[in-house]
Design a protein around this ligand. Structure first.
Ligand SMILES: CSCCC(=O)C(=O)COP(=O)(O)O
Ligand SMILES: [Zn+2]
Length: 204
């Protein structure tokens, strides 16, 4: 297979994510849009911190179909949903960090509200710490189609930006490019760490 030029950058981002400890065991999955109809998605069950370009499979956005009989991520339906809903999305990163996993359970509401942090400006379009960034939280579900339907319903009422949490599971985040998705992931993970620490300190 001829790999697209941007894929090396995504593989490097996966290695960085692995080094950060945000994809323990075989957790997490990553993807990159190829065009209006297809994307590349990581093969299921791999260690996402030590991927190579050969570990990405071409998947159809319309029906999650794969040409060569290999098995893409069990959560492929969430990646393809994001590309269908957001034509500007070019890269999706899904991680299982401790902070995203714990905070998504500690917050019982339907969204995590982040405000007062300078690092909110790591998210495209955010210009001040005075605004509130709402990261939606969806209850986890082993039925990815059902989870994807809830995400799609939410998007129709309130368009997704940056990403969303899945309760007790992890973070999905996205960007137009690898660099933007990576900045969003780094920024959100920093904000999760701050918010979790703040809640712990203020609970005393
Ligand atoms: C131990 S990981 C459980 C499945 C999961 O949530 C995940 O992100 C990895 O699934 P994949 O099929 O993409 O390897
Ligand atoms: Zn997962």
């Amino acid at each position: 297979m001829l790999y697209p030029s941007g894929l090396a950058e995504l593989v490097a981002a996966c290695h960085w994510i692995g080094a950060k400890g945000w994809c323990p065991a075989t957790g997490g999955n990553m993807s990159q849009r190829l065009d209006a109809e297809t994307c590349l998605v990581t093969e299921s069950g791999k260690d996402k911190g030590s991927l190579s370009e050969a570990d990405f499979l071409t998947v159809r956005l319309a029906d999650n179909g794969v040409a060569d009989g290999r098995c893409p991520s069990a959560e492929t339906g969430l990646h393809t949903l994001i590309y269908r809903l957001l034509p500007e999305a070019g890269v999706v990163l899904h991680t299982h960090s401790v902070n995203a996993t714990v905070l998504s359970r500690a917050e019982k509401g339907a969204a995590l509200a982040l405000n007062g942090y300078e690092m909110q400006k790591s998210l495209s379009g955010q210009q001040t710490h005075l605004g509130t960034v709402q990261i939606p939280i969806f209850d986890n579900d082993q039925d990815i189609d059902a989870l994807a339907m809830r995400v799609a319903d939410h998007h129709r009422r309130q368009p997704l930006a940056y990403g969303f949490l899945v309760r007790g599971h992890g973070l999905y985040c996205f960007g137009r490019t690898v660099a933007e998705a990576r900045r969003h992931l780094d920024g959100l993970e920093f904000l999760f760490q701050c918010e979790l620490t703040r809640r712990l300190l203020e609970a005393k």
